[in-house]
Design a protein around this ligand. Structure first.
Ligand code: MN3
Length: 203
């Protein structure tokens, strides 16, 4: 069977400049057109080699490709989520309904949740992501951090809201002050999309 897997760069749901002033058009263009595109290209290349190795029963080659699949596959998953949980300023200012209630229940208040998310995400050593995730088994919300491009599913959580804290996501604009970038993201979180993810996760 010659089934070729090919992932595609998803459309960005807004213009490069749409998230200004929180994220500059220059960062968005590089982040989407270079970084995310690179993950997609490298994922497809790694999978192609993987399928070839599989067809030859070359387990050693298959094992050797796994870190590239994890890194680039994770990068593709994470960025595909990230673009949709952000939106131009002026939308909903925070969670509503059941999501708002669960945030209050699990973190005390929305402000307490924000503070905890900001401090844990800002403190990530090196490159990674901060997430609000849903734990289906325990039916609760959790803040979690992931190193590199590991997707949140590796921690058994469904991603609802996340922050890319790789330097490529903010350095051109915020320089070394990651905390200011993470704080600013709250102005552009797309609560409609985040609530849809929550509804799906809890269904
Ligand atoms: Mn990134």
């Amino acid at each position: 069977m010659n089934q070729k897997t090919s992932y595609q760069l998803p459309d960005l749901p807004y213009d490069f400049g749409a998230l200004e002033p929180v994220i500059s058009a220059e960062i968005m263009e590089l982040h989407y057109s270079k970084h995310h595109k690179g993950y997609v290209t490298n994922l497809n290349t790694a999978l192609e080699k993987y399928h070839e190795a599989e067809s030859k029963n070359d387990v050693a080659a298959m094992v050797a490709l796994q870190s590239a699949i994890r890194f680039n596959g994770g990068g593709h998953i994470n960025h595909s989520i990230f673009w949709t949980i952000l939106a131009p300023k002026g939308g909903e200012s925070g969670p509503r309904g059941e999501l708002a209630e669960m945030i209050d229940r699990d973190f005390g208040s929305f402000d307490a949740f924000k503070e905890k998310f900001n401090s844990q995400t800002t403190a990530i050593q090196g490159s990674g992501w901060g997430w609000l995730g849903y734990n289906k088994g325990q039916k609760r919300l959790e803040i979690a951090t992931c190193a590199n491009q590991d997707p949140l599913s590796t921690q058994g959580l469904v991603p609802l809201l996340g922050a890319d804290v790789w330097e490529h996501a903010y350095y051109l604009q915020y320089k070394n002050v990651r905390a200011d970038y993470v704080k600013a993201l709250w102005q552009i979180f797309n609560w409609k999309n985040i609530e849809e993810r929550f509804t799906k996760a809890t269904a």
